[in-house]
Design a protein around this ligand. Structure first.
Ligand SMILES: C[S@@+](CC[C@H](N)C(=O)[O-])C[C@H]1O[C@@H](n2cnc3c(N)ncnc32)[C@H](O)[C@@H]1O
Length: 265
């Protein structure tokens, strides 16, 4: 393949081994072109001649790790993705469960934690709720985007109650909408690597959403992360996983209550 920068199988293997070590993300052999295209902007920025030199640079400059991680994470998300999970959250509260603290781990650009916050406000019938949603991700770029809370109108227009939760942009912000201050206030942002031994989150959470990130980790890593997450959830708390992340083999620790939704025992 004709490429602007020299890129060998060995460069790909070194880059993916480093990514695995930093994030737990395990890239398949088929991702070699993806890795190249995501790293090219860094090579240009650093004026490096080829991918081998980039990986050498990365190994010698810890400050490059953040850019490397940001370049290689996949951040696909949307408002009310897998909508049944937000119904499960509403029903959980309507059954009388108190929800004060929610953690949305791997929250990407914010659509998921804002959907959680909108659900809490909708169930409470207004902004009176003092609930707090912790939104965390390993990728500092997506966290910044989430914290800004600005989205294209195409993403916001299909939402119910959009007038309550968003302000339409004007002038240079035409075509975009910003999350209103009252909704934004319910969120708190933290950079957290799920691979870390200790999570800087107080235990006793009422709900954890950790969706569509475990799929990037091997089974052993998934189980370790699940146990650490569960240690932060109160007994009777709600754990929501992504559609292809099934934890039915953990039935001694959590009881399934719907599609990839569980109650901690
Ligand atoms: C596909 S997105 C899923 C976003 C959202 N949870 C959803 O379901 O719509 C996966 C997210 O996981 C994050 N991620 C990947 N590895 C991570 C890690 N080790 N710790 C924390 N977040 C990680 C990525 O940066 C990305 O934003």
């Amino acid at each position: 393949m004709d490429r602007e920068f020299r890129y060998t199988q060995k460069d790909f293997n070194r880059a993916r081994a480093f990514l695995l070590q930093l994030t737990g993300i395990k890239l398949a052999d088929s991702k070699d072109s993806l890795v190249y295209s995501r790293l090219v902007p860094r090579l240009r920025k650093l004026q490096l001649e080829d991918v081998r030199r980039y990986v050498d640079y990365l190994e010698q400059h810890p400050e490059e790790e953040e850019h490397f991680i940001n370049a290689l994470t996949t951040n696909l998300t949307s408002f009310f993705r897998e909508p049944h999970h937000f119904d499960i959250l509403s029903e959980f509260i309507q059954r009388g469960e108190v929800v004060n603290r929610v953690w949305c781990a791997a929250s990407s650009t914010g659509e998921e934690p804002y959907s959680i916050a909108m659900t809490l406000v909708n169930v409470a019938g207004g902004f009176a709720s003092s609930a707090q949603v912790i939104a965390s991700d390993i990728d500092s770029n997506v966290l910044r985007h989430a914290s800004d809370g600005i989205y294209p109108l195409e993403k916001v227009n299909p939402l119910n109650n959009k007038k309550l939760f968003f302000k339409r942009g004007v002038g240079v912000n035409a075509g975009k909408a910003r999350v209103c201050a009252q909704l934004r206030k319910l969120l708190e942002f933290q950079k957290i690597n799920l691979l870390d031994e200790e999570y800087p989150v107080k235990a006793g959470l009422d709900v954890i959403f950790c969706r569509n990130v475990m799929i990037y980790f091997d089974k052993d890593t998934q189980e370790k992360i699940l146990l650490k997450l569960l240690s932060k959830l109160r007994t009777g708390g709600l754990y929501i996983a992504g559609h292809s992340e099934n934890f039915s083999h953990f039935s001694h620790l959590m009881k399934p209550i719907g599609r990839t939704a569980y109650i901690k025992l």
